[in-house]
Design a protein around this ligand. Structure first.
Ligand SMILES: [Zn+2]
Length: 512
């Protein structure tokens, strides 16, 4: 959650008063939905939470590698769960420029990374260390792409059947036993590029750069047509180890067959001569289509922000800790994202059919000023008039297990009824006291501004808020589970609501 309110906005009208207990006959809960709610467990959510709150993510500051890796992790989990990508151009990501970050560049090291995994689904990775284990060639092209590799001994070979050329869409891996001239490398790149390769990895001690080499060189000209990286030192063993076979074995097979596909590693390669672009924000967006022909073009958004405050260096983001200390943000808001993944999974694995379409959105750059949710409402590809409801989770894993703090507008009566009905079903207590004051401080705010009925599920503040001590050990898994189940059932209720016309008599003061 935001440390302070960044925009002045009129006081909203939630009063902390429970709506009348009038039952909505349309939202009776079927057994399969209750079953789906029970499939959400704190234990499973904790796996996601631990990954996001790991020191390797360095506190997930928007624009940083830790945030961008988190976005990829979330997208991969969405894919496994079976929801569809609903970001820009059919991708998982809705990209936006983070305000105030124009032209801000991260370090060269953060912009040049090689990550090795056993597969594209793997949650663990091995990093090649910049300079100690790899360095791009002075004339390397820039790249940001992921692929598996093709091992080869002769980068100039040609394949008559281009379709079957193992190098198509892959990184070419070439073991090097002696220095290769730039002229030869240029030819290799041209041939490999023509064949459809993504890049060239030179692996061997003889391509070790001199310790005084400056990268990127100031005067680089005539860049190669492909990215070329040199792997040396301890990086060499990492490559063969993760490939599952020793170099000798690859050589033997390749001398018989020419280039051969390596099933492992899956390589994520970023080469950026200008360092990392810190202005790129990315929301991760998944969709589960509704089934009612009259309502499936309306959307219910379930959201949680995945960014946090990094090392807390940006002024005003951290409330404590030594300078540069990682703020893991386990509660804020790895907890909400873990719940979001569990909610999406509850829908997909249980094959629930909803009337409206669900959008699962992991927002970026919340801590800097609600930038991800604001960008999503403005140009996420979904007209705000077609968003019928929004459920936000931010900081949901601390304090009393069975009490959920709820922020909302009292005038959104159908939403209020759904929340209280679902809480009763789950035997949870709703607490709306003091929530007016924080209603503008998380990602529901831009939705509320558009008049969209929105709810903020919150676990409450604590001493570790925006401090390095907001860590995994203090998370209460069952609290996370309870809030996630309530968010799931609330989104379900919203997705099944009668069409707007039918509701009008009941919610005359709704401004939509
Ligand atoms: Zn926060």
């Amino acid at each position: 959650m935001l440390l302070a309110v960044v925009t002045l906005s009129p006081l909203l009208d939630a009063q902390g008063i429970a709506p009348s207990s009038r039952r909505n006959k349309n939202s009776r809960i079927a057994p399969d939905v209750k079953h789906a709610a029970r499939s959400i467990t704190g234990r499973e959510a904790m796996e996601h939470l631990r990954w996001l709150a790991d020191d390797l993510r360095e506190g997930r500051l928007a624009g940083s590698t830790g945030a961008s890796d988190s976005a990829e992790y979330i997208a991969m989990r969405f894919e496994e769960i079976g929801v569809s990508p609903a970001g820009d151009n059919g991708s998982w990501f809705h990209n936006f420029t983070i305000p105030g970050r124009d032209g801000v560049r991260g370090s060269i090291e953060k912009g040049n990374r090689i990550r090795l995994m056993v597969s594209d689904k793997a949650t663990r990775e091995i990093l090649l260390n910049f300079r100690q284990e790899f360095l791009p060639h002075p004339r390397s092209a820039d790249v940001d792409v992921a692929a598996i590799c093709a091992f080869m001994l002769d980068p100039l070979e040609t394949w008559a059947d281009r379709e079957r050329d193992p190098v198509v869409g892959r990184f070419a891996v070439l073991p090097v036993e002696q220095k290769i001239s730039d002229e030869d490398l240029e030819l290799y790149c041209e041939n490999l590029k023509a064949r459809g390769a993504m890049g060239l990895m030179l692996v061997g001690e003889s391509c070790r750069p001199s310790p005084s080499e400056v990268w990127p060189p100031e005067d680089a000209q005539d860049l190669f047509v492909l990215p070329v990286i040199r792997v040396h030192g301890a990086g060499i063993a990492k490559i063969w180890k993760i490939s599952g076979r020793p170099l000798s074995s690859w050589k033997r097979q390749s001398s018989d067959e020419g280039a051969v596909v390596m099933g492992r590693p899956y390589v994520v390669m970023e080469v950026r001569r200008d360092g990392r672009d810190m202005s790129l924000g990315r929301n991760v967006v998944g969709r589960m289509p509704g089934t009612d022909p009259d309502l499936r073009d309306e959307y219910i958004v379930v959201g949680a922000h995945y960014d946090h405050v990094g090392r807390g260096k940006s002024p005003g983001l951290s409330r404590g800790g030594a300078s540069g200390e990682i703020h893991n943000g386990a509660d804020d808001n790895a907890s909400g994202v873990a719940a979001l993944l569990e909610v999406a999974e509850a829908y997909a694995l249980n094959r629930l059919k909803t009337r409206r379409t669900l959008l699962f959105v992991a927002f970026d750059a919340e801590e800097l000023g609600l930038y991800g949710s604001t960008a999503f409402v403005a140009d996420g590809g979904f007209d705000s008039g077609s968003i019928a409801g929004m459920v936000n989770m931010d900081m949901i894993s601390r304090n009393q297990k069975r009490v959920v703090k709820v922020g909302r507008r009292a005038s959104d009566e159908p939403l209020g009824r759904i929340i209280y009905e679902m809480a009763r079903l789950l035997e949870l207590e709703i607490d709306e006291t003091g929530m007016d004051a924080v209603l503008q401080r998380s990602d529901q705010a831009p939705f509320l501004k558009k008049g969209i009925p929105s709810v903020f599920f919150f676990g409450g503040f604590h001493e570790d808020y925006h401090k390095p001590t907001d860590d995994v050990e203090d998370v209460i898994p069952v609290k996370l589970q309870n809030v996630a189940r309530l968010a799931f059932l609330t989104s379900w209720g919203l997705s099944q609501m009668p069409a707007q016309e039918d509701e009008e008599s009941e919610s005359a003061d709704s401004d939509r």
